[in-house]
Design a protein around this ligand. Sequence first.
Ligand SMILES: N#Cc1ccccc1-c1cc(NCCCN2CCCCC2)c2ccccc2n1
Length: 159
Amino acid sequence: DEGKVNPRSVLFICLGNICRSPIAEAVFRQVVKEKEQELYDKWVIDSAATADYHVGEPPDNRAESCLRRHGISSGHIVRQVVPEDFEKFNYILGMDHENLKNLKRFAPKKTACKMELLGQWDPEHELIIEDPYYGGQAGFDTVYEQCVRSCRAFLEAVE
Ligand SMILES: N#Cc1ccccc1-c1cc(NCCCN2CCCCC2)c2ccccc2n1
């Protein structure tokens, strides 16, 4: 029934949905697929922006090239968070505290959705996944490594 949220559903968010959250989404898809194909078919995985700066565009080319270097393609098109997301996703995972603050502006008064930092699952305890927008390729590689560590630990924790 439409009242229950699929426990295997996660929305990754960041400011523009062109750098961090598309990488997190693509990495998590890969992590779930690597674990088990049937499991992948049960998961609902997506990413979105808190801001509307780049709606309708593909991810930043630095994010795309980072993923490609690891054999992963994104295929995502930027969209902004909508109130329905809070009924659809069991988890909405942000990259920094500003993401979570901005996320809450879209949230209905009552929701069971868990709004948390993706980095809370990082075994190396790098809690914040910093915005690499004004930096170079190295910043994107750091985002990628943090996402791999955190997505692996998140899947183990919720499966
Ligand atoms: N804002 C900030 C900020 C602060 C610190 C570090 C990075 C950023 C930063 C800046 C961006 N676009 C430039 C400003 C956009 N304009 C702001 C005023 C309204 C019209 C649009 C980003 C775009 C996509 C993804 C991440 C971004 N991150």
